[in-house]
Design a protein around this ligand. Structure first.
Ligand code: PAF
Length: 297
């Protein structure tokens, strides 16, 4: 695996592959790799001839008082894992390589970035959209892979790619979970052993809410309120718990079929996010009197 720190070395390597007709996949990460990231790399290998992984703890997506300084950096272990997995190139730039000191341009997917996590982390998705757009311009991959766990992030990126006509296919990869159901995340490392047991209840609350929707419970608001109560009683401070349309993250209505439950909650010092996507099978219209009689009901 080649390791490069500059955009010009990165471009030379990608250009050489392209000149021999090889396709390129990009897996953007902030490092501290876990099984979720490794699933992205494995999927990338199926989608393209060459796999570029970026490790860059992006300062512009962290707010004041957030964990930019303390975000886990595990360079050596990350390199070993990527080598063992067969990634072709690791791009690990310094902040000054990515952002000019007087950078003035920000990519903002308005009307989506302010909701849910964006309401609690103002500016976060502008930082994500900007750095992902820059990475796409640096690597020019044919395909890029992101975890479904960060569902709002994935929706922001898909919308940006559509709106800016960026020629890249975006692939969402299934969330990898611990046996307890807890979604893998670099921030799980902040949890104490006791908190880790409680943390699995976030996924449980999502599954219970999904089952209530699928069982035909009509009031989505009641389902959300019950989940928020369950989370509070379990020791979380929830930020939001929302049933949304999977396509655009607007609040789900009675006729929507493709849904996602999005949740974020703080547990001690750790902020956890998770989601569950599911399809609602259209309810069959009630039988007419004649049909019911014909079926002997
Ligand atoms: O999901 C992440 O790790 C980051 O938000 C990303 C997409 C690498 C951008 O910094």
């Amino acid at each position: 695996m080649r390791i490069v720190n500059t955009v010009s070395e990165l471009r030379d390597a990608v250009r050489a592959w392209r000149s021999t007709g090889q396709s390129v996949a990009l897996v953007p990460t902030m490092g501290n790799l876990h099984a979720g990231h490794l699933a992205l790399v494995n999927e990338a290998k199926k989608k393209a001839d060459r796999v570029v992984v970026s490790i860059f703890v992006n300062p512009t997506q962290f707010g004041v008082g957030e964990d930019f300084e303390t975000y886990p950096r595990t360079e050596h272990e990350d390199r070993q894992q990527l080598k063992a997995l067969g990634a072709d190139l690791l791009f690990q730039p310094a902040v000054s390589e990515v952002y000019a000191a007087d950078a003035k341009t920000v990519v903002s997917v308005a009307g989506l970035s302010e909701w849910y996590c964006g309401a609690f982390r103002p500016g976060h998705f502008d930082g994500v959209a900007t750095v992902v757009c820059k990475l796409f311009n640096m690597v020019q991959p044919g395909v890029a892979l992101f975890g479904l766990k960060d569902f709002q992030q994935l929706t922001v990126i898909r919308t940006m790619v559509r709106d800016l006509n960026i020629p890249v296919e975006i692939v969402g990869v299934e969330t990898v979970r611990e046996v307890s159901g807890l979604a893998m995340s670099s921030r799980n490392g902040y949890l104490t052993a006791e908190e880790k047991t409680i943390a699995a209840k976030l996924y449980q609350s999502l599954c219970d809410a999904r089952d209530a929707v699928l069982a035909g419970q009509q009031s989505f608001q009641q389902i959300e309120c019950r989940a928020l109560l369950f989370l509070r009683e379990s020791g979380f401070t929830p930020d939001y718990f929302s049933l949304c349309r999977a396509s655009d993250l607007k609040k789900a209505g009675a006729d929507d079929r493709e849904l996602v439950l999005l949740a974020a909650a703080r547990l001690g010092k750790t902020r956890l996010i998770d989601n569950v996507c599911f399809s609602r099978i259209p309810l069959s219209p009630p039988l007419s009197k004649e049909e019911a009689e014909g079926r002997g009901i």
